[in-house]
Every structure is written in structure tokens, then in C-alpha cells.
Design a binder for this molecule. Sequence first.
Ligand SMILES: NC(=O)c1ccc[n+]([C@@H]2O[C@H](COP(=O)([O-])OP(=O)(O)OC[C@H]3O[C@@H](n4cnc5c(N)ncnc54)[C@H](O)[C@@H]3O)[C@@H](O)[C@H]2O)c1
Ligand SMILES: O=CCc1c[nH]cn1
Length: 484
Amino acid sequence: MKFQPEASHFINGAYVEDTAGAVIDVIYPATGEVIARLHSATPAIIDQALEAARQAQAQWAAMTGTERGRILRRAADIMRARNHDLSVIETHDTGKPIQETTVADATSGADALEYFGGLAGSLTGEHIPLGGGDFAYTVREALGVCVGIGAWNYPTQIACWKGAPALACGNTMVFKPSETTPLSALKVAEILIEAGAPKGIYNVVQGYGDVGASLVTDPRVAKVSLTGSVPTGRRVYAAAAESIKHVTMELGGKSPLVVFDDADIENAVSGAILGNFYSSGQVCSNGTRVFVQKGIKEAFLSRLAERLATAVIGDPMDPATNFGPMVSEAQMNIVLGYVDKGKAEGARLVYGGTRLDRDGFYLLPTVFADVTDDMTIAREEIFGPVMSVLDFDTEEEVLERANATEFGLAAGVFTRDITRAHRMVAGFEAGTCYINSYNLAPVEAPFGGSKQSGVGRENSKLAINHFSEMKTVFVSMNDIQAPY
Ligand SMILES: NC(=O)c1ccc[n+]([C@@H]2O[C@H](COP(=O)([O-])OP(=O)(O)OC[C@H]3O[C@@H](n4cnc5c(N)ncnc54)[C@H](O)[C@@H]3O)[C@@H](O)[C@H]2O)c1
Ligand SMILES: O=CCc1c[nH]cn1
């Protein structure tokens, strides 16, 4: 098989296999063909990975931040040099067009390695004068062994968004990719070793939810960072709480994108396309509830339909393709179920709504209009190319409706009135907001959700706080007083 890795797991600097683990078939979503066969981690493999991470941690943390950073930055350079090959793997793992994976996956992973590699040398504490010459100082310390658990939509990005800040702080990691997209994290682990990383600092084990669950409850683990759905987040958060582990939760969303009638329609349509159909709609922060002010609703819908008709849907390896298949047959069927619900509950199908008559898991980009807040397609995360367009009259009304959800990952507004734009983002109950843009996630800015969409932030200097803790040291320079 063309994409068969040397073995399923990468532990202590080398590929490791244990065929006793359940089979994981890797399926190319564009054809349905099996391109690799891996095995889920057995308890022995899980133990081996955690032990490798535990043993490597003290030595890794004892290196200077500058030394750790140099390795991460070298890994970033290797990743960039191999971008094409890594993008080909990512496209076969996920089905995302090569046009996308070339610019948004390994490149985004390399950005994280470079950014956190750059920060590693300046992760310091502070000096706190206490009067009379006494003082305290703080030391930023690693947490220990961190577990990363990934979703399938951005496998390389997730492996690096978790790994890079964890390693920069002196932690080690055991990363479990999604069982749907297990290939690229192995390449991240290989590249780190090639860049000079000590063995055992970044280990990859494959597996289904049960493997993730074993990692989360292991006493050797200090922190769990999950990217996944809200139901999985609830389970992982609760399991981690048993032993008061640190957590980062990057979970699902049902984000609002509000288009006022003074917006530049072309830009607003572009934002709605990026926020609903990039990666065939499989992006956590997607603005899938598009609230359009009544005055421009028909103009918006007709321009949107015109532009969707120009999408190039097809072979993800063709550089011209800009809309690929769904990641799996199961995900495609979930999305088709929501399309049926949308129709049954009275939404107006404006575009798409069907599977393509070809091999692979292809759906058309789909737009529903006249969607109301109570419809299932307006309430639940679909995680596919289905946009719901809802009408609104006033700013106050739309803000209240935009926030009427348990999710709080992202929110966006398109308007030429900049004071209104800032009022709207001040009112949005969401961790990541966009004004006249949508779905940017550069490494320099914090990314993450409010409410049930998550806990903590990835990227930016803030991620450092989630992978380290402060030790406070009080120093007396004087004789001390005691009551007796
Ligand atoms: N907020 C973000 O940054 C972000 C980014 C990407 C995807 N997502 C979300 O991810 C979801 C789609 O991904 P998915 O279908 O892979 O999600 P999922 O929740 O089904 O699985 C995520 C990961 O958790 C593992 N897992 C499942 N049960 C577990 C358990 N009990 N203990 C430990 N691990 C367990 C899975 O094996 C997988 O690796 C969507 O909801 C999407 O919004 C969020
Ligand atoms: O899928 C969620 C993370 C993300 C958003 N934009 C790019 N990656």
C-alpha cells in the first residue's frame, strides 16, 4: 500500500508495531481505497509510549530553552522543505484538496514549531520585590508528560499546535491522532528526531477512543489537550478531573456570521464561502449560521449561488480542485442526515444537498435559506458543507440570536460601520471573532472557544501558560520574626 508507514506507532525515536491491536484502515476519501493498514495501540504500547515520555522529560526540561527552541526551529525548516510530500500524505489521509494542504496544513504546523521554538529561550519568571530587601521570584516550570488527542480535520496542524508549545516549555508528549487520519503525526515525530530531538520527547500512538481514554487516566500524565467534539470533550474533561490534570479543550461550534445590509456583498459572500466550504466544511470555527439582514438577503443568496457554481469539485490531487470529498463515508452520511432534516423541517434548499454520483465521499456544497433558530440544522454542529442562512432585522435582535447557543467557538460580522462591528464583537459570546474576515488562525494569535466550545487557548504566547506552571520562591534577606 502506497502510504503504509514503517509501523503504526512512533515511540522513543523509532517506529514500533504490535499487530495484536485492532486494525485501523486508512481510506482515501476520494476513492474509498484502503491506502494503509495500522493497528490500534495495545496496553503494552501505551505503557511503552508513556514510559518513554516520562523518562525523556527531565533531560529535555534540563536543556536551555534556546537549545530546545533550536531543535523546534530546525524541525520547522525540515517540514517546510518537505511541504509537498507532507501535503500529499495529508490529502490522502483527509481528502482535502492539494491546493489547500499545500498552504494550510504542514505550513501551519511549521509555523507553530518556528513560533514556539522562537519563544522557548525567553520563557522566564519574574522578580517580585517585597520590601526590606526581601523578594520573591517565579520559575516557569514544565508540567511533565502531556497527552495530545487529535481530530481528523487538520491532522498535521493539530499535532504541531499541541506538540510545539508543549515541547518548548520542556514537557514531553504522547500524541494520539484521530483513528480516521493517523498518518501525518508519524511524520511530525520522524522530523523532530531528524531535527535533533532526544528520543522519547514526542511519541505517537494510534487508536480509537479507548486508547485516548487510557492515556487520559494514566497517573504519569500531567496534562491533556484534546481537539474534538463537545461530547468527547465532556468525557475527557471529566476523566482528567479525577486526578486534577491540566486540560485544554478545543471543541466544536455552531458559529454565527452576521452580514449587515451595508456590507460589501462580494466580501461577505467570500467570508461565508471560506467560513462554510473550505475543507468541505470540516472546520471547527465555521460560521454555519449566516444571519443576513433582510434588505440584502436575495442579492446575497443569488451571488452566493453564482459563486458556488464555479467551485472545482473533483480529484483532490488535481491542483485546480478547490472542493474535495468528506473525510469518510460515515461523516458524509451524518451530513446527508442533516440535509434531510433541513428539508423536513421546512428550510429552503438553495444550492446542493446531494451526493455526487462518483466514487469517494463527495457532497455538493449546500445552502439552506429561510432557516429559523429552532431548526436542527441551526442548532447542531454538522461539520460538513452545509450553510444555514437566517434572516434578521435589527442589531439587537441578531446579537441575541447569535448568542443563543451552548457553543462559543467563533463569530463574525460583515459591515462597513466600524463602530457597529466593534459593538457586535464586544457582545459576541465567542472566543475568536472576525470583523470583515473569517476563519483566520495564524499562530501569533490566540485560538479557542468560550462556553461549551472549549477551555484554554492554542497558539500565541497564551498557549505557554497552558503548558507550564509557575513556582513561586520567597527569599528572606533579613532575620525573621516568630510569635514565640
Ligand atoms: N476547537 C478546535 O480547535 C477544533 C478543531 C478541529 C476540530 N474540532 C472539533 O472536532 C470534531 C470533529 O472531530 P472528531 O470527529 O475526530 O471528534 P471526536 O470527538 O469524535 O474525536 C476526537 C478525538 O478524541 C478521541 N476520543 C474519542 N473518545 C475518547 C475518549 N473517551 N477519551 C479520549 N479520547 C477519545 C478520538 O479517537 C479522536 O482522536 C468537531 O466537533 C470539531 O468542531 C475542534
Ligand atoms: O478546525 C479548526 C482549527 C482551524 C481553524 N482554521 C484553521 N484551523
